[in-house]
Design a protein around this ligand. Sequence first.
Ligand code: ZN
Length: 144
Amino acid sequence: MPTFSQESLNKLATCHPDLQVLFNEVIKHFDCKITEGFRDEATQNKAYAEGKSKLKWPNGNHNKFPSFALDAYPCPIDLNPKTSRELDVYKWKMCYFAGQVKAISRVLKQEGKITHNVIWGCDWDDDNILKEHDFFDFPHFELK
Ligand SMILES: [Zn+2]
């Protein structure tokens, strides 16, 4: 069974308990890593400057403490796709992973183990329609 690295555990520890319950379940089924939990002011504004976030401090869900958002990647994954096929494979793997995270979150909510809905960063209004969005944040999950 996959387990989180210490770095992922440290990031996860900065997150809301619902995200901790969710990803401690996800890791049992799908190897992954947590690359962001809580972001402080400097980290948030750097993410904004790099176009990774649309929001400046303190308006992002990563800026609450505990964090209402985290960024997670399935493992293994090529984070620097060079060809269009490699980029396609990256997106497919992110979607495949996100679908499983969403499904597990729905079961946990139904079972009363988490209390929030979990939103994926490619479907901000959670209606399973992606084409209406123009900002796709593949690794991002947040509580609503
Ligand atoms: Zn994020």
